[in-house]
Design a protein around this ligand. Structure first.
Ligand code: NOJ
Length: 553
C-alpha cells in the first residue's frame, strides 16, 4: 500500500456562504473561516474542502463561475484566501478547492463573447448548435428543464447539463483544456493542496447529444434524461488523464471526483495510477431515492440494504484503490434525518450513525454541522427555499400539471437547502452566524443544537472529536488508516459490523442500528473497548449502541 499524505487526513467540508459571516451582510465569508480554524483544530480535522468561492452570480451558489481567477467579493478577496491557506497551514491543515469545469456561468466573459460573436474563438468553448428554429432535440437537463437554451432570438442553442445559467464547456476544444489547466496551476501556486472535482463524469458528450431528433421521452414532460448521452461516455478518460498528468500528479495533490464510477472502470479511476486519489460513491447516500419518469423521488429502504451497499462499496474500492466515506454534503439533506427515524433521533442514534461510516477504509469527510448532529430545516413552503434546483423542479411541476404539493413534500425532506442553513455556533441571534438576517433562515432548533455543546459530556461534537483522535492520533491510527476492511456478516438485519485489521491489531466496529437489543456472539465479546456511545458493556448491544473494540493479533 503506497503511503500518501492524504490518506492520513480527515476532511471537513465548508459551504462558505453558510459558515460564518464577519462583515454583516448575512453571507458567510473567508474571514469567518479563519475565525473558526481553532474550532476545526480542536475537532481534529486536517483538511478543509471549500465549496466554490470564485466570482459568481450565485445562481447555484458558486457552482456557476464567472471568473476562475478571483474570489467573489461576497466571500472576500484573493488575499483573504491566501491568508486562509497560510493560517490553516500553521495548524497543519491543508485547503482544497472545488473545481467546477464541466460548465461555467452565463456571466463568464467567454460565454458573453460566444453569445455576441458567433465567430469568436470563445464560441467553440461552448456547445452551441444552430438549427432551423427548433431545439436540437428533447434532452432534459438535471434541473428538469430542457438542456438546450436559445440564444436571444437567434436559432442558436447552447447546451447546459444543469441550470440554464450554467452553460457546459466544450472539452473537445484543446484551448479550453489549456485554459483550465493553467487556472488549476494558478491556485496550486497559491498553496491549494487539491481539488474536489465537480460533475466530472459529464465532460464528454456522445455524438447523439447533438442529433436533431425527438428521442423517445422517458417522462410526461416529453423529454429524456441527459445521463445516457453525457455521463461517463467513452473517451472521457483522455481529458482526465491530461488533468492528472499536467496538474494532480505533478504537484502531489489530493483529488476527489464527484462521479459514480461503474465497477468495470473503478481501477482506472482510483487504482495505483488512477485518475484521482478517490471518488465519491453515491450508492449508500442515495439509497433513499429512485428515478421515476426521469425525476428523483423518495423510496423506502432498509438497514439491511444500507449495510449491503456500504459493504459492497468498500469491497469494490478496496480491490484497487482508496475510498472517501461520507454521509453528508451540500447536495444532501442532513444524514441524521435520512437514516434515523424521527422518533429515534438523539445522541445515541446520531453517534451510532457516525461510527457506522467514520471507520470505513478511506479518507473520511465531515460536512459542516454534521459534527453537531444538525438536522433538516422544517420547511413549510417553496418560498422558504433558496436552491434554484428546487425552485426549477417545483415550477416545472406546476407548469406540467404535476402535483406540486407532492414535489414540495419530496423537497422538504430531500431538498439541498436542508444542509445549507447557517452553521449553528451558539444561542445568540441567528445562531451566532451573522448579526443580520442571513441569506437563508437559521434552523429554529439552534437553541439546543449548536457548537456550545462542545464541553458537554454527551455531545455529538465530543464523540466526533474522539473518533478523529482514534483515527489520526492514537496507537491505532495506522490500522484505522491503512488496515484492510472486512465485513462481518451476521443474521440480524440491524446489526452492522465490520473490522479494520493489519498484522498488529484487529479493530471491530459494531453498531446496533435499531432499537431492539442484540446479543453479541461470543467471538465478538472479547477485546478492549476503545469507544462506546452508551454506558452499558454487557455482551449485548442496546438501542443504537456503537462499540469500537480492539484485539491484538
Ligand atoms: C454538483 C454540485 O455538488 C452541486 O451543488 C451543483 O449544483 C452541481 N454539481 C452543478 O455544478
Amino acid at each position: 500500500m503506497r503511503e500518501k499524505w492524504w490518506k492520513k487526513s480527515v476532511v471537513y467540508q465548508i459551504y462558505p456562504k453558510s459558515f460564518q459571516d464577519t462583515n454583516g451582510d448575512g453571507i458567510g465569508d473567508i474571514q469567518g473561516i479563519i475565525r473558526h480554524l481553532d474550532y476545526l483544530n480542536n475537532l481534529g480535522v486536517n483538511m478543509i474542502w471549500l465549496c466554490p468561492i470564485n466570482v459568481s452570480p450565485m445562481k447555484d451558489n458558486g457552482y456557476d463561475i464567472a471568473d476562475y481567477y478571483q474570489v467573489d467579493p461576497s466571500f472576500g478577496t484573493n488575499e483573504d484566501l491566501e491568508e486562509l491557506v497560510r493560517c490553516a497551514n500553521t495548524y497543519g491543515m491543508k485547503i482544497i478547492m472545488d473545481l467546477v469545469v464541466n460548465h461555467c456561468s452565463d456571466q463568464h466573459k467567454w460565454f458573453q463573447e460566444a453569445v455576441e460573436e458567433p465567430d469568436s474563438k470563445y464560441a467553440s468553448y461552448f456547445i452551441i448548435e444552430e438549427t432551423d428554429g427548433n431545439e436540437p432535440n428533447n434532452i432534459r437537463s438535471y434541473n428538469g428543464t430542457s438542456a438546450w437554451e436559445r440564444i436571444g432570438d437567434s436559432n442558436r442553442f447552447y447546451f447546459h447539463a444543469f441550470a440554464k445559467e450554467q452553460p457546459d464547456l466544450n472539452w473537445e476544444n484543446k484551448s479550453l483544456r489549456e485554459e483550465i489547466i493553467n487556472m488549476m496551476k494558478f491556485w496550486q501556486k497559491k498553496g491549494i493542496a487539491g481539488f474536489r472535482i465537480d460533475a466530472i463524469g459529464n465532460l464528454k458528450k456522445s455524438k447523439a447529444t447533438f442529433e436533431r431528433k425527438v428521442f423517445e421521452p422517458d417522462g410526461s414532460d416529453g423529454m429524456i434524461s441527459a445521463e445516457p448521452f453525457i455521463l461517463m461516455q467513452e473517451g472521457i478518460e483522455e481529458y482526465l488523464r491530461e488533468l492528472r498528468d499536467e496538474v494532480f500528479d505533478k504537484y502531489d495533490m489530493f483529488t476527489v471526483a464527484e462521479v459514480n464510477v461503474p465497477e468495470n472502470k473503478i481501477s482506472e479511476f482510483i487504482g495505483e495510477n488512477g485518475l484521482f486519489s478517490t471518488v465519491f460513491d453515491f450508492s449508500y447516500t442515495d439509497l433513499d431515492i429512485e428515478k421515476i419518469g426521469g425525476k428523483e423521488w423518495k423510496r423506502n429502504w432498509t438497514v439491511k440494504e444500507l449495510k449491503e451497499k456500504i459493504f459492497q462499496s468498500q469491497n469494490m474500492i478496496q480491490r484497487c484503490g482508496w475510498g472517501s466515506p461520507y454521509l453528508e454534503n451540500h447536495d444532501q439533506p442532513r444524514s441524521v434525518n435520512k437514516y434515523i427515524p424521527e422518533k429515534d433521533l438523539g445522541y445515541e442514534s446520531k453517534t451510532a450513525l457516525a461510527t457506522l461510516y467514520f471507520f470505513l477504509r478511506g479518507t473520511p469527510f465531515i460536512y459542516q454541522g454534521q459534527e453537531l448532529g444538525m438536522e433538516n430545516y422544517p420547511f413549510k413552503c417553496i418560498e422558504e427555499m433558496r436552491d434554484q434546483f428546487a425552485v426549477d423542479r417545483y415550477e416545472q411541476a406546476e407548469k406540467c400539471g404535476e402535483d406540486a404539493r407532492k414535489v414540495f413534500d419530496y423537497l422538504r425532506v430531500r431538498g439541498r437547502d436542508n444542509a445549507r442553513t447557517p452553521m449553528q455556533w451558539n444561542t445568540d441571534s441567528y445562531a451566532g452566524f451573522s448579526t443580520v438576517i442571513p441569506w437563508i433562515d437559521v434552523n429554529p432548533d439552534y437553541v439546543s443544537i449548536n457548537a456550545q455543546q462542545l464541553t458537554e459530556p454527551k455531545s455529538v461534537f465530543g464523540y466526533y472529536k474522539e473518533m478523529i483522535r482514534l483515527r489520526n492520533k492514537s496507537e491505532y491510527a495506522e490500522t484505522l488508516t491503512y488496515g484492510d476492511f472486512r465485513a462481518i456478516v451476521t443474521e440480524e438485519d440491524n446489526f452492522i459490523c465490520y473490522s479494520r485489521y493489519d498484522e498488529r491489531y484487529e479493530i471491530i466496529i459494531m453498531i446496533n442500528f435499531g432499537t431492539d437489543m442484540i446479543s453479541l456472539p461470543n467471538e465478538l465479546k472479547a477485546g478492549k473497548v476503545l469507544l462506546n456511545n452508551r454506558r452499558e458493556n454487557d455482551g449485548t448491544l442496546h438501542s443504537y449502541q456503537a462499540i469500537v473494540m480492539v484485539r491484538e493479533k
